[in-house]
Design a protein around this ligand. Structure first.
Ligand code: GRF
Length: 186
């Protein structure tokens, strides 16, 4: 099965996917392409593993340019810390084959502006008792697609946005490979 991965940041989730494909935890899969919308360490990880990679600078034509680069035989497009919004036409073409990981328990703390550390600041400000991570299908409505897998943990009094970010990342490393296997039908 052919996977395309989109990144904008440090790419630790990308690394986890690379490692779990290598270990066989994600079965029968190959990363055919990594695309970044900005210079980022995620792109370097792809290079380090000799995975085909490309930078398509973010901007108005991003979705159209990306659309041209995605091989038709792609089985799954994975947004792994990817920060551009994909156009409706793109989402519809790949409907059911694009997934994203979000650092909170959707439908809470999703939508416009809810990305990166903003999410963890909002969770602390709202005095939430729980946070977690969600893998969901991507549709043109930001963070609105059907939930595939979600896992939560308890937020304690001592938690800060930074400790939440770290805890959420560990949950992400746990659930992302499981969700990918599920969507691939493994
Ligand atoms: C993750 O927390 C993901 O949920 C969010 O961005 C972060 C990406 O981290 N969308 P990394 O680049 O995989 O380390």
């Amino acid at each position: 099965k052919n996977i395309v991965i989109l990144v904008s940041g440090s790419g630790t989730n990308l690394q986890r996917i690379i490692d779990t494909i290598e270990s066989g935890e994600i079965e029968d899969a190959k990363i055919s392409l990594v695309v970044a919308d900005r210079a980022c360490y995620g792109l370097e990880r792809a290079k380090n593993h000799n995975i085909e990679n490309m930078l398509i600078p973010r901007g108005k034509n991003f979705s159209a340019e990306l659309g041209k680069m995605i091989p038709e035989n792609t089985d799954l497009i994975v947004l792994a810390g990817f920060l551009s919004i994909l156009k409706q036409e793109f989402c519809e073409k790949w409907s059911g084959k694009i997934i994203n990981i979000h650092p909170a328990l959707l439908p809470k703390f999703g939508g416009k502006g809810m990305w990166g550390m903003n999410v963890h600041h909002a969770v602390i400000a709202a005095k939430e008792k729980q946070s977690g991570a969600t893998v969901h299908f991507v549709t043109s409505g930001i963070d609105e697609g059907a939930i595939i897998l979600q896992k939560s943990f308890e937020v304690t009094e001592n938690d800060t946005p930074e400790t939440l970010a770290e805890k959420v990342h560990h949950i992400e490393y746990e659930i992302f490979p499981i969700a990918i296997n599920q969507v691939l039908g493994n």
